[in-house]
Design a binder for this molecule. Structure first.
Ligand SMILES: [Zn+2]
Length: 138
């Protein structure tokens, strides 16, 4: 006679343990691959530092936060219609340094934005001068 027969339960348990082990290994491999993909993405693009973002009460998550990186975004200037690229670095500056709202994106090209800022400054100056002129007689 060879070794005594093992109870069926023991065999079943061992098989299940083996299967679980394989599943865990597969999951770990998948997780590692995902992590590698994220670091690759962060290396190739500009990584997001979510702690520097402006506070926002929205329940949603901006796509760049979910992705963990700022990716160059093409956009059309709303003033002149020129096709422009909002680079990852520009986005990082806007969201993390200038504390821009996380749901806003670039809408104007640089020259148009400069013109718009100059126009606003000039308008403000005229407005303030007008106010000063009104106040004088009183
Ligand atoms: Zn433009």
């Amino acid at each position: 006679m060879t070794s005594p027969a093992r109870p069926r339960v023991t065999i079943k348990l061992r098989r299940r343990a083996k299967r679980n082990e394989a599943q865990i290994q597969q999951l770990m491999k998948l997780r590692k691959a995902q992590q590698r993909q994220r670091t690759d993405l962060a290396r190739k693009h500009t990584p997001v530092n979510a702690s520097l973002l402006a506070p926002d009460n929205s329940l949603g998550t901006p796509d760049f936060v979910a992705l963990g990186a700022y990716i160059d975004r093409p956009f059309t200037c709303k003033k002149c219609g020129k096709l422009e690229v909002w680079t990852g670095l520009q986005q990082k500056w806007w969201y993390e340094t200038a504390k821009g709202n996380v749901w806003t994106t670039a809408t104007m090209c640089r020259p148009c934005r400069r013109n718009e800022q100059a126009r606003k400054t000039a308008a403000r100056k005229v407005h303030l001068e007008g106010l000063a002129r009104k106040k004088k007689p009183a």
